[in-house]
Design a protein around this ligand. Sequence first.
Ligand code: ATP
Length: 133
Amino acid sequence: MSTLRLEIVTPERKVYEKDVNMVVVKGVGGELGILPNHVPLVTPLKIAPVKAKIDGKDEYLAVHGGFMEVRKDKVVILAEAAELGHDIDVVRAQQAKERAERRLTDRSTELDHKRAELALQRALSRISAAGGE
Ligand code: ATP
C-alpha cells in the first residue's frame, strides 16, 4: 500500500514522523482525508484529534490548531502543541476540562471567555485522542 510521510512539529520538538497510508484532519472548512498524491494544499486546522492510518491501524494525536501543508508525498503539520494519544495525561486533561467548564459557567468573575473556550477544546481533544477517537 502506498504511503506518505507525516510530520507533526511544534516549537519545542518533532512530535511525529512516520510513513502512513492516510491522514485525517479537521480543517477549518471541515474534515479532510489525505491520501498519497493528494493535490498540494495549505489549510489552518481546528483544535481536534488527527488520525494517521498505518497498515490498517489507527493512531491518534491531539493537535492544537496550527496549519497543515500537503505536498505530493508529504504532510507537514505545524502546531503550537501536539501530543500522541498514549503520551496524554488523561487526568490532567480532565482537570483542565473541569477548570474550563467552571470558568465558562461562573458569571461572578471577570472572564476571558475565548481563552476558557480554547482551553476546553484542547482538553476535549486530548481526552478523545487518548481514548482513540
Ligand atoms: P493545562 O491547563 O493542563 O496546562 P493547557 O491546555 O493549558 O493544559 P497547553 O498550554 O496546551 O496546556 O500545553 C502546555 C504543554 O503541556 C505542551 O507541551 C503540551 O503538549 C503539554 N500538555 C498539556 N496538557 C497535556 C496532557 N493532558 N497530557 C500531556 N501533555 C500535555
